[in-house]
Write a protein that binds this ligand. Structure first.
Ligand SMILES: NC(=O)CC[C@H](N)C(=O)O
Length: 337
């Protein structure tokens, strides 16, 4: 009987990378003061016996770190493991437990480079498992539920926190402390409640199976850096980043990716030296940067990141630069992904 149920259930692999979902604090009152990346994946899975009603779940500890420390090498390592598992006949869905600080970057990266229609769900939590009202258990339960469902196939990399199913492309950490931390300017794709998914919309941008990028062809990622803009900004950071070897600089601009008149000549000169200049916006609820609005991008040969925030623009720029250094091609990719 048990073998029969097992045969019917989907096989889901949970790849653990660390973060608060694997965090531990000194007391149950410590919802904000704790250490991330402390608890191993076996213990996390064992803590949720209800998972066995959703899927045959097994865990793998890929790394154990706080996500602000994730490197490009870590991203590639994780991406390659996801790809191997997605190619395996014995795997129906993949869940990645992740710190929330750069979760949106990893989710977008996988969304661009994994050639599979199997569900890939990235999940984190805002409180460690040792805290009162910890959110990690339910978030992970929901992630496994979505990963084991047929309806989640072909929808790109997804993120489950706070009962919502978000597109890994669109979602961003908008606030810390609150469990309602992850939002998308364009809204969630669905909800997951008591292990059942309810879908409302689909991503419109190219991803996974429909992407021209493939983790199998990416040996390394180029250096792409971000410079933040504000009143009285100088060009020091831009120059330093270019000097340190950045192939592209994401301008984390004010408003519509606007560029201070003090910085414009420097960015023009850097572009002439071969550095790609990509205008993004750091406005809180999500930017919307258009070509030749605010700045003459055609004339300067700059690229706009459109609605991608600076950290997501960095991910796409790195992946895109593995294929082309043509600014027109880069701009096409920024519209399509
Ligand atoms: N809520 C979190 O996961 C934040 C913990 C840690 N800074 C990380 O991103 O891994």
């Amino acid at each position: 009987k048990e073998a029969e149920t097992q045969a019917k259930l989907a096989n889901v692999v949970v790849l653990a990378t660390g973060g608060t979902i694997a965090g531990a604090g000194a007391s149950a009152a410590n919802s904000a003061t704790y250490q991330a990346a402390k608890v191993g994946i076996e213990q996390l899975i064992a803590g949720i016996p209800e998972l066995s009603t959703l899927a045959n779940v097994r865990g793998e500890q890929v790394m154990q770190i706080a996500s602000e420390s994730i490197t490009n090498e870590n991203l590639l390592q994780l991406g390659r493991r996801v790809s191997e598992l997605a190619d395996s006949k014995d795997v129906d869905g993949i869940v990645i437990t992740h710190g929330t600080d750069t979760l949106e970057e990893t989710a977008y990266f996988l969304n661009l480079v994994e050639k599979t229609d199997k569900p890939i769900i990235v999940v984190g939590s805002m409180r460690p498992g040792t805290a009162m009202s910890a959110d990690g258990m339910l978030n992970l339960y929901n992630a496994v539920a979505v990963a084991s469902s047929k309806e989640a196939r072909g929808k790109g990399v997804l993120v489950t926190l706070n009962d919502e199913i978000q597109s890994g492309r669109d979602v961003s950490k908008m606030i810390n402390i609150k469990t309602e931390a992850f939002k998308s300017a364009w809204g969630p794709l669905g909800m997951v409640v008591e292990g059942k998914s309810y879908w409302f919309r689909l991503p419109a941008k190219r991803h996974t199976m429909d992407s021209e990028f493939d983790i199998k062809n990416i040996k390394s990622l180029p250096d792409v850096e971000i410079a933040y803009s504000y009143g009285n900004v100088s060009d020091t950071a831009y120059k330093a980043l270019a000097q340190s070897g950045a192939k592209a600089i994401i301008h984390a601009g004010t408003g519509n990716g606007s560029v201070s008149s003090r910085v414009v000549p420097t960015l023009q000169a850097l572009r002439k030296d071969g550095v790609q200049i990509i205008r993004s916006s750091h406005v809180n609820a999500g930017g919307f940067v258009l070509r030749n609005a605010e700045q003459p991008d055609d004339k300067y040969d700059w690229v706009v990141a459109h609605d991608l925030n600076p950290q997501k623009a960095r991910i796409l720029a790195m992946v895109a630069l593995t294929k082309t250094n043509d600014s027109k091609e880069l701009q096409r990719m920024f519209w399509e992904y």
